[in-house]
Design a protein around this ligand. Structure first.
Ligand SMILES: [Zn+2]
Ligand SMILES: [Zn+2]
Length: 119
């Protein structure tokens, strides 16, 4: 057994409580972050539900696109403007076949150009 001085013992104790304090803080922060993300998820779910209720034709168009991709009739493509990951934009929801692939940013811009709200 190695002898340790009283000073060393004190130093180690200080170090341990410092680590405990730091961990306690991160745990609290982690819990707060988790609670926030849960709230965000619930809000997003609710917003998505309301959007679907308001836009049945768009939900239908998205369903058709998803089915066409699954069936191999359509391939998901990168954004036509910047090459980022994109989703389908319908020039007209009545003509589901006319699809432009755009990332969220350029999708929003496209809708601004067309003068109607996104999606
Ligand atoms: Zn883009
Ligand atoms: Zn769109």
């Amino acid at each position: 057994m190695a002898e340790i001085s009283a000073e060393e013992v004190k130093g180690r104790r200080r170090e341990r409580s410092r680590v405990r304090r730091a961990l306690g803080l991160t745990q609290a922060a982690e819990r707060a972050r988790y609670a926030r993300s849960e709230l965000d998820r619930a809000r997003r779910r609710e917003a998505a539900r309301r959007w679907k209720a308001r836009n049945p034709e768009k939900v239908q168009a998205q369903r058709v696109v998803a089915e066409m991709i699954r069936g191999g009739h359509l391939t998901r493509q990168p954004c036509a403007v910047c090459g980022e990951r994109a989703h389908a934009h319908h020039a007209d929801y009545a003509t589901v076949i006319e699809i432009k692939w755009l990332c969220p940013l350029h999708h929003m811009r496209q809708h601004a150009l067309e003068g109607r709200l996104a999606r």
